[in-house]
Design a protein around this ligand. Structure first.
Ligand code: F0G
Length: 461
């Protein structure tokens, strides 16, 4: 019996033309970009899977909201609306809008990490790690070991390793740990979900040691959908109820609204403590703008208020996760390995398994990304050794746990036919995999090199 993948719960009202360049043109563009996917012009890309962040399509309601956006400097109508909606959804009393996820991190994390040495998370996203480090602390990842085995199915590969969390708190001294962070879904492990039971248990441990518990809520709605599917306690719960349960024990959260709130720009901070909120407001005014606009235009705030509600609609989420499941099923048929079971916002193809002849220091996931562009104008990115970079002390290339080529699927943008193109391209690459060569770096900046480094293919020996 064929599975049903819940097709698009919308129809298309406005279209944006796409063009597939010829193979020769793609070769020229890729060489011109020094084989760095970030250096390609978007107009030269046919299917853009670089990120699911800020790349979604807004609904007619959101576009109508754009026209109604109130651009008053203080106390705009949209401010009250987003406050009301976010309070209802998340259940935390104090909320601050900011312009994106990393802005929320910049405002909140130094407050939590003042005088502290560590942050512990199931996994820190890159910008979260950067803001922990900028605050003078170290970021420690503490994900369950199941996350590292890409071909082994496990329902909640995003979970925190609870025993390790507790021993870390003891070893490091809880007084040195500024925050315990739960990233839902766990992006760095492959968009993998975290169970509510795990969130509750991690929160209990953090609180037992007197450490604040924070949620990185970028993909909280997708996480809630997985919880409904996989965690028996919640099989009859609504998404709204699962979201409530997710945030129930959190002292605070940061959120990039560019993901599950389906807006092109926006972010949120939530907290329960009034004194902390006062400090958040002060820092927001310095870094983002007055508290009622937080670095956003009124029209974007209005779109955010509406997007928050659309992002937790179960029909939408079924289609959304269904797209990942469809693409993953095509890869299963073709025998192409990926982080299994598929995550919520992307398919993380295991490039180590597809290109076993390319060692980590020749960047197999980057090689696969380049190949996808050459094959079908698809832009993906390396989440592996190329992204990880060099050891800051020795300058030597670090070896990543994973070599993933991430196919991040923007929300409400591509149809099932586009997904077929992606799967077909990967199948073709698999057939000629042994001829795919690795890359070397010819120029790189000292930090976050993957955005701007220049590469060259390694020629045949
Ligand atoms: N936290 C998580 C889990 C994220 O995935 C991101 C962004 C951020 C925080 C930062 O949010 O971009 O709004 O400042 N992830 C994007 C990605 C960029 O491609 O995965 P931001």
């Amino acid at each position: 019996m064929k599975p049903i993948y819940y097709p698009e719960p919308f129809r298309i009202k406005s279209v944006e033309p796409l063009k597939l360049l010829s193979r020769k043109e793609r070769e020229e563009r890729l060489a011109g970009a020094h084989y760095n996917m970030f250096a390609l012009a978007a107009r030269d890309v046919y299917i853009d899977l670089l990120t699911d962040s800020g790349t979604g399509a807004m609904s007619t309601e959101q576009w109508a909201g754009v026209m109604r956006g109130d651009e008053s400097y203080a106390g705009a109508e949209c401010y009250y609306r987003v406050q009301e909606t976010a309070k209802k959804i998340f259940g935390l009393p104090y909320l601050q809008i900011v312009h994106q996820g990393r802005a929320a991190e910049k405002v909140l994390l130094p407050l939590l990490l003042e005088g502290k040495k560590y942050a512990i998370a199931n996994m820190h996203f890159d910008t979260t790690r950067a803001h922990v480090e900028l605050a003078g602390a170290r970021a420690i990842d503490c994900v369950v070991p199941e996350a590292l085995e890409t071909t082994k199915p496990y329902d909640f590969k995003g979970n925190m390793d609870l025993a390790r969390l507790e021993s870390l708190l003891k070893e490091l001294g809880a007084e040195n740990v500024g925050v315990v962070i739960m990233t839902v879904t766990n992006n760095s492990a492959g968009g993998q979900p975290v169970s509510v039971a795990n969130i509750r248990a991690a929160e209990k441990i953090a609180h037992k040691y007197g450490v604040p518990f924070m949620i990185d809520a970028a993909r909280y709605a997708e996480n809630s959908y997985f919880v409904k599917q996989r965690e028996p306690e919640f099989k009859n719960s609504s998404i709204e109820e699962i979201v409530k349960a997710t945030f129930e024990g959190a002292d605070c959260f940061t959120m990039s609204a560019k993901k599950d709130a389906i807006v092109n720009m926006g972010g949120l901070i939530g907290c329960r403590d009034r004194a902390l909120f006062e400090k958040i407001k002060q820092r927001t005014i310095s870094y983002e703008g007055f508290v009622t606009y937080g670095g956003m235009s009124g029209r974007d705030i209005e779109a955010l208020a509406r997007g928050l509600e659309e992002g937790i609609d179960e029909h939408y989420l079924r289609y959304r996760i269904g797209q990942m499941e469809y693409l993953a099923a095509r890869l299963d048929e073709a025998g192409i390995a990926y982080q299994t079971p598929v995550g919520g916002h992307a398919v993380f193809v295991d490039a180590k398994k597809l290109l076993p002849h390319i060692p980590y220091y020749e960047f197999p996931a980057q090689a696969l990304a380049a190949e996808l562009y050459l094959e079908a104008g698809i832009r993906a990115c390396d989440i592996g050794s190329f992204m990880l970079g060099n050891d800051p002390d020795t300058g030597k290339q670090l070896k990543a746990d994973f070599e993933f080529t991430r196919l991040a699927i923007p929300r409400r943008i591509y149809t099932q036919s586009h997904l077929d193109v992606i799967a077909d391209a990967l199948e073709n690459i698999k057939e000629r995999a042994s001829g795919v060569r690795g890359y070397k770096i010819v120029e790189e900046p000292p930090i976050l090199r993957h955005f701007t480094a220049k590469l060259a293919p390694i020629s045949a020996k």
